[in-house]
Design a protein. Structure first.
Length: 231
């Protein structure tokens, strides 16, 4: 078994699934759970890449997703990609939009989010083997959380992140689920109060149900605005 096959088998075990592959570059949609997905997001009020270190094989495609704190972008440093490799620039992406780029040339690639590069939203991708200008000097923009991992560390671990990826993934869904739960509770309480008061002859009780419904709607609006980075 040759070295490339050994490494691919090792990375498959670490990643617990085969990576998604594709061709070309551009804005695209992709299924959740792809191992070659990078979320450009926020964590603890800091702008981060999740993961900020990623390993892929030559010919594989990486999906960059604009997440919490959008708008975001994914842009390669002009002087920190391997010789002969193509750089990329996703352009500005709103929350939920994705961009994908296929990596053909082995080596180390450093990249950043255009709107938040001065805030340390940077990342590194190693394709096949570490190498190239990115391995010869520190990344010019200091990461917001942790340090940019070395190429060898990325090859060894596959995905390197300072953020618990599962927690970061499920937090927005927990907020939405909790918001809907509270809305339901307010509606049930309001309608129940209205029905009970009406049986007692109080026809003005509709205001109680309406107030509860309005409170629930306002709560959900607040949750949505928070998730898209307005609040």
């Amino acid at each position: 078994m040759d070295r490339d096959t050994d490494r691919r088998g090792f990375m498959t075990t670490v990643a617990a699934g085969a990576a998604a592959t594709g061709v070309g570059a551009g804005v695209a949609s992709a299924q959740e759970g792809d191992e070659n997905r990078v979320r450009i997001t926020m964590h603890d009020d800091e702008y981060v890449m999740v993961p900020h270190g990623l390993y892929v094989e030559p010919g594989e495609t990486v999906i960059f997703e604009s997440h919490v704190g959008a708008p975001h972008s994914s842009v390669s440093y002009d002087d920190r990609v391997p010789e002969g490799a193509e750089g990329w620039d996703s352009g500005i992406m709103d929350q939920g939009e994705t961009f994908e780029h296929t990596f053909e040339v082995e080596g180390t690639y450093d990249y950043f989010c255009g709107p938040h590069v001065t805030l340390g939203q940077v990342g590194r991708i190693v394709v096949g083997e570490p190498g190239g200008p990115a391995e010869e000097s520190p990344i010019p923009d200091e990461p917001a959380l942790g340090e940019i991992p070395s190429g060898d560390e990325i090859v060894e671990q596959g995905r390197v992140s300072v953020v618990e990826e599962e927690d970061d993934t499920w937090l927005p869904f927990s907020l939405v689920g909790g918001g809907f739960g509270l809305v339901s509770l307010l509606i049930v309480a309001g309608v129940g109060t209205y029905v009970w008061n009406k049986e007692e002859g109080d026809n003005s009780a509709w205001s109680v149900g309406a107030a509860s419904l309005a409170a629930g709607i306002l709560l959900m609006v607040g949750v949505v605005l928070h998730l898209i980075g307005v609040l």
